[in-house]
Design a protein around this ligand. Structure first.
Ligand SMILES: [Zn+2]
Ligand SMILES: [Zn+2]
Length: 310
């Protein structure tokens, strides 16, 4: 079993627990591949979250580099028990983040094994922090009516995602429909212009070989589905997209959380084939030495489920 996306309180102020405890919990639950992907540093004081107010931008950047050191230490230490992949989760707030990431990747080279390509902001405002902040992001678009405002918001989100995909070719597309976190009943089919952008992004990602994350964190955000919901699963599938799983845990208590619901969801949306990332000797489209591998055998009957479903 695998998960490609996680955080820890040691290197992220809105998570809890040490990175080593996250790894130990993943081993205990029987994960075979587990991705450690801390959030990248941010580059403007205004982009610090309330719990980070005592941190300077330099400290934030150091915290990220400390994460990489610890993640690689754990990767070697526990190599006989679990395959740990060391990566990062992107941000796109302003162009500064993309330029910062380019510099960071050049500097860090192979120490960053893969990217989870995520967008958590629209018009520079967080869309997943809380409802009022999401409201500000939405209100930052001028429009004649609510429908038009929602549409402009969604278009901006998927344009940001496209820019990110083009510049970095992330191996995993993180929570593709995070833009509707606070409006889970929103269906993209009501916005044809938005659907065109989603299709464009999905086609692009499929072409360079990305995997699409099915992310269990949506369940703890009171969704009845994982990210992405079924309308997006359908689009991805129609373009031949491949899926991979993540718990997006923010501490040991959330490792594997709601994976039994993830399993039910996968059955419901009829996803019968899963993929995961594995280190490789050849470079992928982004020049990193990691590749997607098909889950061998029936994931539905995997031993892992016996303990998470009981
Ligand atoms: Zn986080
Ligand atoms: Zn995220």
């Amino acid at each position: 079993m695998h998960s490609h996306h996680s955080h820890s309180g040691q290197f992220c102020k809105h998570a809890s627990g040490s990175l080593e405890d996250v790894v130990r919990e993943a081993i205990r639950q029987g994960f075979q591949v587990y991705g450690l992907t801390e959030h990248v540093p941010r580059y403007r004081d205004v982009d610090l979250y309330p719990e980070e107010k005592e941190l300077s931008l330099e400290e934030l950047s150091k915290q990220f580099k400390d994460f990489l050191v610890e993640a690689h230490r754990l990767k070697s230490l526990y190599a006989s028990q679990i395959t740990l992949l060391v990566g990062l989760e992107t941000e796109y707030i302003t162009d500064l983040d993309l330029r910062g990431l380019e510099t960071l990747l050049k500097e860090l080279g192979e120490r960053v094994e893969y990217l989870v390509g995520s967008v958590h902001h629209v018009n520079g405002i967080p869309i997943d922090f809380d409802l009022p902040t999401y409201g500000s992001a939405l209100a930052s678009f001028a429009a004649e009516n609510d429908q038009g405002r929602q549409e402009a918001f969604l278009l901006a989100y998927f344009d940001a995602q496209y820019e990110l995909l083009q510049r970095f070719k992330p191996e995993l597309i993180g929570h593709l429909d995070l833009c509707r976190l606070y409006t889970p009943s929103l269906r993209f089919g009501e916005y044809p212009t938005v659907c065109e952008k989603i299709e464009r992004n999905v086609r692009y990602a499929v072409d360079y070989g990305a995997l699409f994350e099915i992310n269990a964190a949506a369940f703890r955000k009171q969704w009845t589905t994982a990210y992405p919901a079924d309308d997006i699963i359908e689009i991805i599938r129609s373009h031949g997209g491949r899926f991979a799983l993540s718990d997006d845990s923010h501490g040991p208590q959330a490792v594997g959380l709601n994976y039994h619901r993830l399993r039910e969801y996968l059955i419901h949306v009829d996803v019968s084939e899963l993929w995961y990332l594995q280190r490789s000797s050849t470079s992928n489209a982004a020049g990193r030495t990691i590749q997607a591998v098909k889950f061998d055998g029936e994931w539905l009957d995997h031993d892992f489920w016996r303990q998470t479903t009981t």
